[in-house]
Design a binder for this molecule. Structure first.
Ligand code: NDP
Ligand SMILES: CC[C@](O)(C(C)=O)C(=O)O
Ligand code: MG
Ligand code: MG
Length: 491
């Protein structure tokens, strides 16, 4: 691709940038939001990230206002309502950008080039431009005025949960970076750190990263385990339960709230804790199913990562941008027509434990997806800390959106970039798992194991427990969760 910045780099630099990832200790944030004090922050766009980040920054003591495209103001669009109803000043580019010290570009990735080209001429000398995803810089090779500082503060989390975790007194893991081509005053890192504190990210964990490392990991996590796997798993599990005679309302509820319930165990204690919530026979069953799933799906995970690294994914998605999002909009409409999406959750009581006992296959899918995504990212040069945030830690945050309003809410809350990649994965994974699903019965999805005796072979149980704990995602997870003292229960 002519404009793909990553593809212009020699392999040595590509590997160096992919490996940029240093966990920042809380002691590195002694100044809090001080670097932003007295500075005007103007947010472009008030959507999923824009509203959440702006509210967190204001609550952290920062001066925040929103600039929206003229049509959004004239037509009083949702973005205008979100900003004004929350008491923010809203103005046009011409009114607010010239006064801004820091401009947060929180518009959709597909709009970044026209938006940045529109606002850059209005930005005052020496101001700062910030992104929450590196796509425009890395995949499109956007060049920014030399006097401007360019930073990235990327929450590893859907916008709604960026706000919800902040309100709970916690935060979400965040990657920060300073664009090496644009740090003329050497203040980029101080601004990025203060911004991360302002959104609450420092309470969950901040990685000193790079635009390249963030893009190549974020695209991979969102397309596979975080959104693609949960979408594919929802559709396959629902259809299988109904096919096997399970009440559709029960099936719908088990899935809609099941991902959130089983992944809450993941968030607190990793894959090990999630499987420890099962009976010994169910744990061994879930383990065996996940190993089978990993063999089947590994080529798909490798293909997604390869296409992200070499720019094929970006090229294909940008062809849809140029075609008025015809695929994205069509796939969104198709998803809305699925039986799972159209079947309301039944008015039935399901206990927290029942979600585990009757959702063994869901547990297996989460384990397989988390481990595969982590393995594939680290094999591509992404550092374990980043791969952990992008696979295991964010899965429950995405599951929270499904619990609200199913796949509709997930796909409405994540970025259009993520949604596009989720559908690509879903379209490839549904047929890939067709044969596997033929052998699935209600003992692993819908009814649970019908056991008089929950005895198991000791040697096999010891082998499974050891394998769970030995996966590298568990070690890095224990370390990083050790820094999350403020994590709050959701379920
Ligand atoms: N969604 C998420 O959870 C995450 C997103 N990100 C990144 O954050 C950034 C923002 O994504 P997200 O919050 O999902 O975006 P949304 O689609 O939720 O919101 C986009 C906002 O931008 C405005 N907008 C759209 N097109 C234009 C345009 N051409 N000119 C000016 N404003 C425009 C929209 O307002 P209107 O249409 O009313 O004018 C809306 O206010 C992206 O870079 C994304 O990759 C990063 C992490 C997670
Ligand atoms: C998981 C999708 C995401 O990367 C995110 C919420 O972090 C996005 O782009 O929306
Ligand atoms: Mg992400
Ligand atoms: Mg993303």
């Amino acid at each position: 691709m002519s404009n793909n910045y990553f593809n212009t780099l020699p392999l040595r630099e590509q590997l160096e940038q992919l490996a940029k990832c240093r966990f920042m200790d809380i002691s590195e944030f002694p100044d809090g939001v001080e670097a932003l004090k007295g500075k005007k922050i103007v947010v472009i766009g008030c959507g999923a990230q824009g509203l959440a980040q702006g509210m967190n920054l204001r609550d952290s003591g920062c001066d925040v206002s929103y600039t929206l495209r003229a049509a959004a103001i004239e037509e009083k669009r949702q973005s205008w309502k979100s900003a004004t109803e929350n008491g923010f000043v809203v103005g046009t580019y011409e009114e607010l950008i010239p006064t801004a010290d820091v401009v947060l570009n929180l518009t959709p990735d597909k709009q970044h080039t026209p938006v940045v080209n529109a606002v850059m001429p209005l930005m005052k000398q020496g101001a700062c431009l910030s992104y929450s995803h590196g796509f425009n810089i890395v995949e499109e090779g956007m060049k920014i005025r030399d006097d401007l500082t360019v930073i990235m503060v990327a929450p590893k989390c859907p916008g709604s949960e960026v706000r919800n975790e902040y309100v709970r007194g916690f935060g979400v893991p965040t990657l920060i970076a300073v664009h090496e081509d644009n740090d003329p005053k050497g203040e980029g890192l101080a601004l990025a750190k203060a911004y991360a504190v302002g959104t609450g990210g420092h309470k969950a964990g901040v990685l000193m990263s790079s635009f390249i490392a963030e893009v190549k990991s974020d695209l991979m996590g969102e397309q596979t385990i975080l959104c693609g796997m949960l979408q594919t798993g929802s559709l396959l599990c629902f259809d299988k339960m109904v096919e096997e005679g399970i009440d559709a309302g029960y099936a719908s509820k088990l899935i809609q709230f099941g991902w959130e319930t089983v992944t809450e165990a993941l968030k607190y204690g990793g894959v090990t804790n999630m499987l420890d919530r099962l009976s010994n026979p169910a744990k061994i069953k879930a383990y065996d199913l996940s190993e089978e799933l990993k063999v089947i799906m590994r080529p798909l995970y490798n293909k997604h990562q390869d296409d992200i690294i070499n720019g094929t994914f970006s090229r294909v998605m940008m062809e849809d941008w140029a075609n008025d999002d015809v695929n994205l909009l069509g796939w969104r409409a198709e998803t809305a027509e699925t039986a799972f999406e159209k079947t309301p959750a039944g008015d039935v009581e399901i206990s927290e434990q029942e979600y585990f006992d009757n959702g063994i296959l869901m547990v297996a899918m989460v384990k397989a997806g988390v481990e595969l995504a982590f393995e594939t990212m680290t094999a591509a040069g992404i550092i374990a800390d980043s791969a952990y945030y992008e696979s295991l830690h964010e899965t429950p945050l995405i599951a929270n959106t499904i619990a609200r309003k199913k796949l509709y809410e997930m796909n409405a809350t994540i970025s259009d970039t993520a949604e596009y990649g989720c559908y690509l994965y879903n379209h490839a994974c549904l047929p890939l798992l067709a044969d596997f699903m033929k052998d699935i019965k209600t003992d692993v999805i819908g009814k649970g194991l019908d056991l008089e005796d929950t005895g198991v072979d000791n040697a096999r149980l010891i082998e499974v427990n050891a394998a769970l704990r030995a996966h590298p995602v568990e070690a890095i997870g224990t370390t990083l969760r050790g820094h999350m003292a403020d994590m709050k229960k959701i379920v």
